[in-house]
Design a protein around this ligand. Structure first.
Ligand SMILES: Cc1ncc(C[n+]2csc(CCOP(=O)(O)OP(=O)(O)O)c2C)c(N)n1
Length: 614
């Protein structure tokens, strides 16, 4: 049960209108109460913490000065928006954040009119706020558009594209730069020094011309982001002027919680206390297997280099960065640049590995095709967080990679079913002469035994895991344990497909000949994914075996635990078993009739036809 202070606070935070009734001198106390509320809630629920603590005063000041939601406040990414959620009436539900049916961990227009633009990926805020500023101007409305962007998010090219455009248009746009010198890791790039110089020169009252001024922005600041009267003053002045303006606000990540101030990387996001107890012994994350292999390989392969677009910790590259600093590149939040940088390295004989989350590779699709694959360059993409990610939800699910990778000529696509296989695939990939993508999930896998030797895998060859009757489950990736469990109950055949591209056509056709039903299994959208690849293969070879495709449905999946979301999609052992059993039952009468049937969008079976039959 909430204590009185928290109840009073959430009462006062039903609507920012109430906040605006306070005197400026009363704001620091309100901010402190807000900070404590967020800290206590996130300590219990888990979630992003340090960034939110750092913007408590800024959040209060923005809602105090601007007439939100009529004035559009556009937060970048949204991981720092927990205090914003509380101030806009979502305090009572903050404890549910990132849980199934709970608040989103990022920003969502469906969740609140105060979330003026949905986010989760970085560096979109200036473009979106510019669009809103133009819309206001076109409609003759006096409202303000305000983008709030961190120094980390300001590393991305997209932010500069938007600044460049806004400056030229002389748009009525306020950009608030939340400069805490941190991304998830320390901020990187020449911008870090540049911002430091600006801070110093402004303090000495001889402000240097900033990059922003060169781009047509009026530079305002820097202002202490924890001094509420100063912030209110600076924002009010910015509000009173017009044109492209950038207010430089200096904050401290983790502010007000000593452990988070001392360790902002560790407190960027924290797990709920229950997570520590539930992690089983003998298991590690796929990411860890990747990070360890990188170090093993780099020890004897001097050409191996690692590139991460700002995800050192998440991609388990901390040890690599420490042991091989000259071969480690944190490119900042710059996915497009990261991929083309790898292409350049590969052109001159290096073996670049781009460690990138599946969802963030979406940002660099053209670079993948144009810079890497057309030129057949040997770049390895280690795609972490593929499939369902769980609490980060729709913006972060790696639900599309199999579909968008399999259509790229010459790209080898590998789908490990466990950590040992991931290591074998990485080892095999660096010996190939063309581009390779290996995608793996955000989950635990069996730790490798000391004596387990790394092996080369025959490219494009699947592995028969179990022989059974009537149905063959063709599994692409980490759903293999669930498939095996379902197959035991069904007495079905199971194949670990290992490669989406090249597909093991001989294995698919053999399974098609020997079974009444092929079941494809993938933690990717059904649209254009691995099941489609199998269907196309059967069409091409005139095989008429029926196919049941199991995978993710054609909609954006919500946040929740990974197991919950997979189970709702019918991708746990019970769901698989039920879907296969139901389809086999339907097949019994259907065996005498050749007509083809369709169940529902998520589980549609189709009798494959040649294109000429269609
Ligand atoms: C395109 C993209 N790449 C990577 C991320 C992962 N990510 C989330 S928060 C963050 C750091 C952002 O730093 P900054 O904007 O300075 O905000 P801070 O956390 O320091 O307040 C990163 C890299 C992302 N959300 N989007």
């Amino acid at each position: 049960m909430a204590d009185t202070a928290a109840e009073d606070a959430t009462e006062a935070w039903q609507d920012p209108v109430l906040l605006r009734t306070l005197k400026v001198t009363e704001l620091p106390a309100a901010a402190e109460q807000l900070r404590r509320f967020v800290l206590e809630s996130v300590t219990r629920s888990g979630g992003h913490l340090a960034a939110g603590l750092g913007v408590v005063e800024l959040t209060v000041a923005l809602h105090y000065v601007f007439d939100t939601p009529r004035d559009a406040l556009v937060w970048d990414i949204g991981h720092q928006a927990y205090p914003h959620k509380v101030l806009t009436g979502r305090g009572p539900r903050l404890a549910t954040i990132r849980q199934r049916h709970g608040l989103s961990g990022f920003l969502s227009r469906e969740e609140s009119p105060y979330d003026t633009f949905g986010a989760g990926h970085s560096s979109t805020s200036i473009s979106a706020a510019l669009g809103m500023a133009i819309a206001y101007a076109q409609q003759g409305l006096p409202q303000h558009a305000v983008a709030v962007i961190g120094d980390g998010a300001l590393q991305a090219g997209m932010a500069y594209e938007a600044l460049n455009h806004a400056g030229a248009l002389k748009a009525n746009l306020l950009v608030v730069l939340n400069d805490n010198d941190m991304s998830i890791s320390r901020s990187v790039g020449a911008l870090v020094d540049s911002l430091q110089r600006v801070r110093k020169s402004a303090a000495s009252e001889a402000p240097a011309q900033t990059l922003f001024e060169h781009l047509g922005f009026r530079y305002l600041g820097p202002v202490d982001g924890h001094d509420l009267p100063a912030l209110v003053g600076a924002l009010s002045a910015a509000k009173a002027s017009s044109g492209p303006r950038l207010l430089h606000v200096v904050t401290r990540k983790g502010r007000g919680h000593a452990p988070a101030e001392a360790n902002p990387i560790g407190f960027h996001a924290i797990a709920p206390p229950s997570a520590a107890k539930s992690s089983a012994g003998g298991e590690v994350s796929y990411s860890q297997i990747f990070g360890d292999w990188m170090c093993e390989e780099a020890a004897h392969n001097a050409r191996l280099v690692a590139i991460t677009p700002a995800m050192c910790e998440g991609s388990a590259l901390v040890r690599f960065a420490r042991e091989f600093p000259a071969r480690y590149f944190d490119a900042g939040i710059a996915e497009q640049h990261s991929v083309t940088l790898a292409a350049g390295l590969a052109c001159r004989g290096m073996r670049p590995l781009v460690a990138i989350y599946s969802t963030f590779l979406q940002r660099a699709y053209d670079q993948l095709i144009h810079d890497v694959c057309i030129q057949k360059l040997p770049v390895v993409f280690a795609l972490d967080r593929a499939g369902v990610v769980g609490p980060d939800g729709a913006t972060h699910n790696g639900a599309f990679d199999l579909s968008f990778l399999r259509c790229i000529p010459g790209l080898t696509v590998m789908v490990p079913a466990d950590g040992a296989e991931l290591r074998n695939m990485l080892h095999s990939a660096v010996h190939l002469s063309g581009p390779v993508a290996i995608r793996y999930p955000r989950t635990a896998t069996q730790a490798l035994a000391q004596e387990q030797q790394v092996q080369m895998l025959p490219i494009g060859q699947a592995q028969l895991c179990r022989t059974g009757q009537r149905a063959a489950l063709l599994c692409f990736g980490p759903l293999l344990p669930a498939a095996m469990k379902a197959a035991e109950a069904l007495d079905a055949t199971v194949v670990n497909m290992r490669f989406l591209k090249p597909l093991d056509v001989a294995m698919v056709l053999r399974m098609a000949r020997r079974h009444e039903l092929l079941v494809t299994l993938e933690d990717n959208t059904l649209a254009g994914g691995a099941g489609s690849a199998v269907g196309e293969c059967l069409w091409e070879h005139g095989a008429r075996t029926r196919v049941l495709q199991l995978g993710l449905p054609d909609r954006f999946l919500p946040h929740g635990s990974r197991d919950q979301i997979l189970s709702e999609a019918g991708l746990d052992a019970d769901g698989i078993q039920n879907a296969v059993r139901t389809r086999l039952e339907q097949l019994l009468p259907a065996r005498s009739s050749p007509s083809h049937s369709r169940a529902n969008a998520a589980h549609h079976g189709a009798e494959p036809m040649r294109p000429s039959d269609a």
